[in-house]
Design a protein around this ligand. Structure first.
Ligand SMILES: Cc1ncc(COP(=O)(O)O)c(C=O)c1O
Length: 443
């Protein structure tokens, strides 16, 4: 394969015909494959078989709490200790609650809009609110903002985190910017991890809003492909050192450690923030599912065991990422029509087509039976200004299906790119069409 841009028009047209035939072969297979969401595969879920067996013994927590009954709002002491250790915060600085960290983020923002975040400043919702959204980013963060009518400001996500020059400039002058979304480790979807310098700058930066908050969604905190974890600087400590102890809320969950529908979610922050949150949550509920917390603590026992468990996950996930990356490299490596990330952990590969091609690629793949995340989803309001980013989620399908899906995806990328190159040469806007003679050959 060679750089497609250097090929003459006849050669490109020849390739195009050949690719259309391949594409049609895929369509005939009537595939029904889904790579749209980052879900653990069944084998990963099986790693936690036996999770609830620990409950057969008894239902008492270490302090004698009967976990079948009401109460225990902040979470069981042993669960706060275990996950506090993993997130490098004190047990008093973490709440274990429910099964979804996304729900914790959603509710925290709802409360901030209604009541403010610190009891000193006005509820956010009294005035227009903006959030910084490093992009490509996580579509469900953006959906929360859109739902609550929070204006999203796109910030470029670089290889070491958000573009901090841009972030610092914006937050220093605009009091309506109340927060920033961050997926600091193995980010969704680009897979990057924030550098120490970026963490320090986020903690230290001067914000015009005195009640500015960082929403630190550390969903992939322990999801490394290698035994040696990719390091991430402790943001809570950095905020304390920078004299902004209350600036950050850290979120995580065991959705991709044990069960995505029945794990534990957690939020960590300064003691002051945690105390305030606990009081507010007491209005919402009498207590979380402590049986699930007890099951998790008994299943893992130690933070070290959680890390070992994550290596077992990696053993399933890594070959899938390798397969995708090898196919991309072999088929597209020299064609100069796309770039992609090579993550060291997490759940996603971020793929960039030539500008203006992503929507068409996703549509073509869908028409042939492979569902990908909607193009644009990785940007605020679902609008990718360059229409080029596609999130690839390789974890769920079995290897054989993943291979087929990626082969089709690559054909779609090549077809749409060639169409674009040819249209640009002809001075037309790219429009994907099957040439009459190709159709004749296909049928
Ligand atoms: C960055 C990020 N945060 C949060 C979630 C969802 O977390 P939870 O299952 O704890 O609600 C996901 C799921 O894909 C994610 O990628």
């Amino acid at each position: 394969m060679v750089d497609l841009l250097t090929l003459n028009t006849d050669t490109l047209r020849h390739m195009q015909k050949h690719l259309f035939l391949k594409y049609e072969e895929f369509r005939q297979k009537r595939l029904k494959l889904n790579m749209s969401r980052g879900k653990p595969c069944p084998e990963q879920l099986d790693l936690s078989s036996g999770l609830f067996e620990g409950l057969d013994r008894n239902h008492l927590a270490e302090d004698g709490t009967d976990c079948r009954n009401y109460g225990g709002l902040g979470g069981l002491p042993e669960a706060r200790r275990l996950f506090g250790e993993l997130l490098e915060v004190q047990p008093e600085e973490i709440i274990i609650h429910g099964n979804s960290s996304l729900a914790l983020m959603h509710d925290l923002i709802a409360r901030a809009l209604l009541f403010g975040v610190d009891g000193q400043h006005a509820p956010w919702g009294r005035h227009p609110v903006k959030f910084l959204c490093p992009s490509p980013g996580y579509d469900r963060h953006f959906a929360i903002c859109q739902f609550f009518n929070i204006e999203m400001v796109t910030v470029p996500l670089l290889d070491d985190g958000p573009d901090m020059d841009f972030v610092e400039e914006l937050v220093a002058k605009d009091e309506t910017i109340k927060g920033i979304w961050c997926v600091p480790k193995h980010s969704n979807p680009t897979g990057i991890t924030y550098s120490d310098q970026v963490v320090t700058r986020l903690a230290r930066m001067k914000t015009q809003a005195p009640d500015f908050r960082i929403f630190w969604d550390n969903a992939y905190a322990w999801h490394d492909f290698t035994a040696a974890p990719v390091p991430l600087k402790n943001i809570l400590t950095a905020c304390k050192e920078a004299n902004h102890p209350d600036r950050v809320y850290i979120f995580s969950s065991t959705s991709k450690i044990t069960y995505a529908g029945a794990g534990l979610a957690m939020v960590a922050s300064s003691r002051q923030n945690i105390n305030r949150l606990t009081k507010q949550m007491a209005i919402q509920t009498i207590g979380p599912n402590k049986l699930n917390q007890l099951a998790h603590v008994r299943f893992f026992k130690t933070a070290h065991n959680v890390r070992l468990h994550m290596q077992k996950h990696a053993a399933f996930i890594r070959p899938k990422f390798d397969l995708v990356l090898n196919l991309l490299e072999t088929e597209l490596g020299t064609q100069k029509i796309a770039t992609w990330s090579r993550p060291q952990g997490g759940y996603f590969i971020s793929f960039n087509t030539m500008p203006g091609c992503a929507k068409k690629v996703v549509q073509m793949a869908a028409d042939a039976g492979v569902e990908l995340t909607k193009a644009g989803a990785t940007f605020p309001y679902g609008i990718d200004p360059l229409d080029q980013n596609i999130r690839i989620a390789p974890t769920y399908p079995p290897l054989a299906e993943l291979k087929t899906a990626m082969e089709l995806f690559i054909v779609c990328v090549q077809l749409v790119s060639i169409e674009k190159i040819l249209s640009e040469r002809e001075g037309k806007t790219a429009e994907l069409t099957v040439l009459p003679e190709d159709k004749a050959q296909i049928v």
